[in-house]
Design a protein around this ligand. Structure first.
Ligand code: FAD
Length: 387
């Protein structure tokens, strides 16, 4: 497995163990069938519990059943899962960084006890509802509202492009508190069985097919007073979750690119043309050299993010830089790997085309490439190009 500057030589015992557990899981449980799941447009439900048993959901959190592993260990986990498929990493990212994290960071004691162990074990599935049909890159303009009504809240609005919405037990829904001055954004833990809550499956995706995506419709959905996350108000709530998930994506994208590299390297040494392996041609060697270099530099960025996160110094803008760079790198390198596999490269029998298709989603979700450019632009110039 490509680790050109021997970053893995410095891993501690726990980090190695987590990397190996995830790598083995991907080799045994994902790789053999993922092409079929992708073609069928499904995420196998039995994996949800298995991933929970293996501790793949937010192991970097501390308490309520989570061991509090290092940020490097968490990053390696994301890297290995995405080497399998972005849909598998998305399952872990959404459950861990977008659902367990906000409950852990902003939830009441009762909410933590009710949800964290169940989500951590994969007995319950969560989803994160921020994007709306008319508000993707500008979520602060969201229209979903929560209004106080007696001893509860009434939610109205719709969310779309929500990973796992159709299979979720609980949705973290971000809505404007219409009963308070300034209509601040609040987070709600919404039981998806609540009257007035419906989740529809989104069909027709040509990317991220081994992942369930849906809408959440809220029509006078009444939730109890204690459904609100008590310890956060404003866009800081959803944005801090996105920083967690983007950190995982910066690592995960490296895994997808590495898988593309490994399959291109193997193919190039096996495939004979003009009387010998195509790997002997300088044009093909240049592609492999470029791919290995790009993967290695992205990996270095991911490792550095983990160090900064570990000591509490990581800034969201640094995460934007890594998400933006590493996903673009994976998208570009998946295309090169696909090309090296010739006609075989367009089939589901080899991973590059599937990773390439997935990267179109990863490039767009969790802040599009453009939006991260603007975040960096503002950080570098002090001038905001958007609100
Ligand atoms: P838009 O915001 O309409 O953007 C369209 C284009 O305009 C993009 O290229 C964008 O970069 C560009 N653009 C927008 N604003 C600017 C600007 N100011 N300057 C320059 N260019 C700009 N959301 C969730 O809440 N939860 C989920 O679990 C989730 N899962 C997803 C799963 C999948 C498979 C997909 C595809 C999306 C998911 N999303 C989820 C939604 C995702 O985060 C949004 O699609 C993303 O934020 C972009 O929003 P949009 O699609 O509305 O595009």
């Amino acid at each position: 497995m490509l680790d050109y500057v021997e970053l893995e030589a410095d891993l501690d015992r726990e980090e190695r163990m987590i990397r190996d557990t995830a790598r083995e899981f991907v080799a045994d449980r994902v790789k053999p069938d993922v092409g079929e799941w992708f073609e069928d447009g499904e995420f196998p439900r039995e994996l949800i519990g298995e991933m929970g048993e293996l501790g793949f959901y937010a192991p970097n959190l501390e308490g309520y059943g989570s061991p509090g592993v290092s940020e490097t260990a968490y990053g390696l986990l994301m890297q290995e899962l995405e080497a399998g498929d972005s849909g598998v990493r998305s399952m872990a990212s959404v459950q861990g960084a977008l659902v367990m994290y906000p409950i852990h960071a902003f939830g009441s004691e009762a909410q933590k006890e009710r949800w964290l162990p169940a989500l951590g074990e994969g007995e319950a599935v969560g989803c994160f509802g921020l994007t709306e049909p008319d508000h993707g890159s500008n979520p602060s303009a969201m229209e979903t509202t929560a209004e106080r009504d007696g001893d509860g809240w009434v939610l109205n609005g719709s969310k779309t492009w929500i990973t796992n919405a159709p299979i979720a037990d609980v949705a973290v829904v971000w809505a404007k508190d219409a009963s308070s001055e300034g209509r601040p954004v609040r987070g709600f833990l919404v039981d998806t069985e609540t009257d007035g809550v419906t989740t529809n499956h989104i069909d027709g995706k040509l990317s991220m097919r081994a992942s369930v995506t849906g809408e959440i419709s809220l029509q006078n959905a009444r939730v109890p007073e204690d459904a609100v996350l008590p310890d956060v108000t404003g866009m800081k709530g959803p944005l801090s979750c996105l920083t967690q998930a983007r950190f995982g994506i910066a690592w995960g994208a490296v895994g997808a690119a590495r898988d593309c590299f490994e399959s291109a390297r193997e193919y190039a040494t096996d495939r004979d043309q003009f009387g010998g392996p195509i790997a002997r041609f300088q044009l093909q060697q240049d592609k492999l050299a470029e791919m290995a270099t790009e993967i290695t530099t992205s990996q270095l960025l991911a490792y550095r993010l983990a160090e900064l996160k570990e000591r509490g110094d990581l800034r969201p803008q640094q995460v934007s830089m890594a998400k933006r760079n590493n996903v673009r790198m994976a998208r570009d390198q998946a295309r090169v790997a696909r090309e090296m596999l010739g006609g075989n490269g367009i089939t589901r029998d080899y991973p590059p085309m599937r990773h390439l298709a997935n990267m179109e989603t990863v490039y767009t979700y969790e802040g599009t490439h453009d939006i991260h450019s603007l975040i960096l632009g503002e950080d570098l110039t002090g001038i905001a190009a958007f609100d």
